[in-house]
Design a protein around this ligand. Structure first.
Ligand code: AMP
Ligand code: MG
Length: 277
C-alpha cells in the first residue's frame, strides 16, 4: 500500500488518536536504512517541485500541525528544505497580531496561500483557530464550532483554484514530549525554543487531543486530506512525509510546458552563431 493511502484519514471517519501508534515504523526499517530512502524521496521532491514551478498549473499547500516538540521545524529542515527556495516559502502562524485579529480568522491564511507554481508550508496554520483557541476558550464555543465548516469551504475554494492541499499531524506521545523537553534543556542551541507555556500546555494534553480529533475527523476531505504521521521516531516521520508528498505530486502527472518558441529556428540561429563565434 502506498503511504498516501496508509496514513490518510478517510473523509468522514471518526478519529481516536489512541488508535494510532506514535512509535510505528515498518519492521524492516531502521534509522540507518531510512537515510538513503529519505534522500531518494528528497531528490524526487526537488524534481517534482521544479515541474510544478515550470508548469504553473497547481500550487501546493502543506500544513504542519503538532504539539510542542512534535517536529514541525525538523520536517521543514530535513524534508522540505530539499526544495528550491525559488518557488517555496514557509509561513509561520503565531499568536495573531492586532491587525490579524481585526480580520476574520482565515484572512491571514488566505494571504499566505500559495500562488500557482508555488509551494507554501504552513508551520501551524488556520487550524490553530480550532485548537489553541478552543482549548483556551479564546472565543466562545458558538464561534469556534462554526469554524470547521468555514475551514472546509476555504480549502475547497483554494482547491478549485488549483491548490493541492496536504495536511500533516505529527503524532508523538506525551512521554516522548517530556524526553524532547529534556533534550532541549540539555542542548544550548535549543534553549531559545523553550517557552514558559510548554509545561503549562502539557496540562491540557487531553483537551488538545480532543480538539485534534475533531479537526482531523471533520476536516479531512478527499481534496484536502489529513495524514496522521507516527512521529516518535524522527527519521520515520521525515521519510513518511517526504514519501507522501512525492506520491501525491507524482499522481498529478505534471509535464513541462511546451516551448513557446520555434526550437528549430533557434537551433539554426545557434549554429549560425557558432560558426562565427
Ligand atoms: P511557536 O510555533 O512555538 O513559535 O508558537 C506559536 C504560538 O502561537 C503557539 O503557542 C500557538 O498556539 C500560538 N498561536 C498560533 N495561532 C494562534 C491563534 N490563532 N490564536 C492564539 N494563539 C495562536
Ligand atoms: Mg513553541
Amino acid at each position: 500500500m502506498n503511504y498516501l493511502q496508509k496514513f490518510r484519514i478517510d473523509p468522514g471517519s471518526k478519529v481516536k488518536l489512541r488508535d494510532f501508534d506514535p512509535d510505528f515504523k515498518p519492521a524492516h526499517q531502521h534509522h540507518g536504512s531510512a537515510v538513503d530512502e529519505t534522500a531518494h524521496y528528497q531528490e524526487k521532491l526537488r524534481e517534482l517541485q521544479d515541474l510544478l514551478y515550470a508548469e504553473r498549473r497547481h500550487s501546493l499547500l502543506i500544513c504542519l500541525q503538532a504539539v510542542d516538540t512534535g517536529g514541525k521545524d525538523g520536517v521543514i529542515n530535513h524534508v522540505l528544505g530539499a526544495m528550491n527556495p525559488q518557488g517555496c516559502r514557509v509561513a509561520a502562524f503565531k499568536q495573531p497580531t492586532p491587525e490579524e485579529l481585526a480580520h476574520d480568522f482565515l484572512w491571514r491564511a488566505h494571504c499566505a496561500a500559495p500562488a500557482r507554481g508555488e509551494v507554501v508550508i504552513f508551520n501551524r496554520s488556520h487550524y490553530e483557530d480550532v485548537l489553541v483557541v478552543r482549548v483556551h476558550n479564546l472565543v466562545p464555543p458558538k464561534v469556534w464550532s462554526r469554524r470547521y465548516d468555514l475551514i472546509n469551504h476555504f480549502e475547497r475554494n483554494l482547491v478549485d483554484n488549483g491548490a493541492q492541499i496536504l495536511k500533516f499531524y505529527l503524532h508523538i506521545s506525551k512521554k516522548e514530549q517530556l524526553k524532547r523537553f529534556k533534550e532541549r534543556l540539555d542542548d544550548p542551541a535549543k534553549h531559545w525554543k523553550i517557552s514558559e507555556a510548554d509545561y503549562k500546555e502539557r496540562e491540557f494534553w487531553g483537551s488538545y487531543t480532543a480538539a485534534y480529533e475533531e479537526a482531523l475527523s471533520r476536516c479531512s476531505t478527499a481534496r484536502a486530506p489529513w495524514f496522521v504521521i507516527p512521529s516518535n521516531h524522527k527519521w520515520f516521520r521525515n521519510l513518511a512525509i517526504a514519501r507522501i508528498v512525492v506520491e501525491h505530486l507524482e499522481s498529478l502527472r505534471m509535464q513541462y510546458p511546451k516551448p513557446t518558441v520555434d526550437l528549430d529556428c533557434i537551433r539554426r540561429e545557434y549554429h549560425a552563431a557558432a560558426k562565427h563565434p
